[in-house]
Ligand binder design. Structure first.
Ligand code: MN
Length: 191
């Protein structure tokens, strides 16, 4: 049985980037529903007992959608910490971003454009390919770069439920603010 992850910060810790109300719905309701749905869907199937990563890489239909949404949200919620002014990458990921995109600002611009430009619901991802090169991809609905053979490092949820309470329809404003809460230590650990 999969369980809802416990958040490693207080419900109001991410304010003003993400409100306690958004977290209550997004983590407490949306993610809980994906967990409940996946547990019901895999009961008595060969997917029972497999990891989320294995299920995402081998399932389709509703099992893929719910497993993908759990994996994606776990990565999303666990990459945050309290807001910091001038929050920027550190360590190895900073080196790679600067080498490949020229600067953090240039990387942010490309990542934000891919997030804002994704039509409908989905996720924008930073991943590493098998040679260690950074790749930005858009994934619709429950998509995860694992299915393309990439190693996912960072993700912004651009489903409306991620920002509608705090930013209404202004997806670019939400994308612009959540850079302040990225825990780059987590991104370096994933790398
Ligand atoms: Mn979401």
């Amino acid at each position: 049985m999969f369980e809802l992850i416990t958040l490693p910060y207080a419900p109001d810790a991410l304010q003003p980037a993400i409100s306690a109300e958004t977290l209550a719905f997004h983590h407490g309701k949306h993610l809980q529903t994906y967990v409940n749905n996946l547990n019901a869907a895999i009961a008595g199937t060969p997917f029972e007992g497999k990891s989320l990563e294995d299920i995402v890489c081998s399932a389709d239909g509703g099992i893929f959608n719910n497993a993908g949404q759990i994996l994606n949200h776990n990565m999303y919620f666990l990459q945050f910490r309290a807001p910091r002014e001038g929050n920027a990458p550190t360590g190895k990921i900073a080196e790679l971003i600067n080498a490949q995109f020229g600067s953090f600002e240039a990387f942010q611009k490309e990542f934000a454009a891919k997030g804002a430009g994704l039509f409908g619901s989905g996720w924008v991802w930073l991943s590493a390919d098998s040679e260690g090169k950074l790749v930005i991809t858009q994934e619709g609905n429950a998509g995860n770069p694992l299915t393309r053979g990439l190693k996912p490092l960072l993700t912004f949820d651009v489903w409306e439920h991620a920002y509608y309470i705090d930013y209404r329809n202004a997806r670019p404003a939400y994308i612009g603010v959540i850079w302040s809460i990225i825990d780059w230590d987590v991104v370096n650990t994933r790398l």
